[in-house]
Design a protein around this ligand. Sequence first.
Ligand code: PLP
Length: 382
Amino acid sequence: MEAYLDHAATTPMRPEAVAAMVPLLTAPCGNPSGAHSRSRAARRHLDDARDRLAEVLGFGPGDVVFTGGGTEADNLAVFGVHDRRGGTVVCSAVEHPAVLQPVQARGGRSIAVDGRGQVDLDALDAALDDSVSLVSIMAVNNEVGVVQPLDDVVEVVRRRAPRALLHSDAVQAVTWLPVERALAEVDLISVSAHKLGGPMGVGALAVRPGTSLAPQLVGGGQERGRRSGTQNVAGAVAMAAAAAATARDRPATATRVTALRDRLVDGLIARVDGCLETGVVDGRRFHRVPGSAHVCFEGVESEALLVLLEQAGVSASAASSCASGAMDPSHVLAAMGLSRERARGSLRLSLGWTTTDAEIDHALAVIPRAVAQLRDRAPVSA
Ligand SMILES: Cc1ncc(COP(=O)(O)O)c(C=O)c1O
């Protein structure tokens, strides 16, 4: 038995995406910039994909710039706006590195979050002024699944920095939120195919009309000059099919997965002493997406736990990175105020459209055993 509980890292491709992609890989496909009939056919596929994706995102077809993934879309948003408009760029402290690093590279500011991981609106208010050209606040955090209060963010940004553009990394959001409504007031949004049932290495930045961006890849002038390079036609078509299937099934998937996630988290808390759910403040859970379960086990190292889990067929991840031999707690958990000690035992279990009851049963059998095994091994303190 196996349990794949790492959907936030990447989720299996949807059959609709595979069915849309395979014909374009197995039959000759022209270059969409060319003039002959095969090229024109490729261009039609690309245009259809653009239409379908734009509809899911709540943008016009001409507003979608295909990229090589979510990272490139985030880089294009931050660098593309800053290179055009200058000024100060601002983001939350819990952004993905694909936003954080470009913001840091341009000397920007990051805004604190509260214990639930939500951006501190007073701190945001205080950080904004006329010099700010871009504010980037993710829709859903990839480590802990917290949903950011984007309506409130829009209000603060429009009031305090009316000339600033608002970007949102929606890479983790499209699976769970009706982005066409939830992000209707946002100027630029980044998405990635492999997080929503499409292939790896394809993404898009959606840009409201009239928003000027400095291209970061120059050459043949594809994507209306905003991103040069021959498009990944099959990948774009598969991403659009995956996005449409995701949006169609979203309410049913969200209901089903919420029940599985709650059973998983409640089961772990009941079975394992010292299992602390992340983002619970004053006994209240934060607003997180259905697929996200994040806990910390006292007295356990997550790296060792992941090894035991993998041996027992459970694929999960930890929100920490190993830099130069020393375990660095994740910047997200640190920004939420978790102690280094607590963050060391963190475990991210992320569920998705393929998750089954049997996988949750397996995880609930394996994880408590693995934690107990590690605690037995831990040196007894004096
Ligand atoms: C929130 C977020 N933004 C950006 C990315 C990067 O996307 P990609 O893997 O398509 O480059 C990820 C992937 O982990 C993510 O979770």
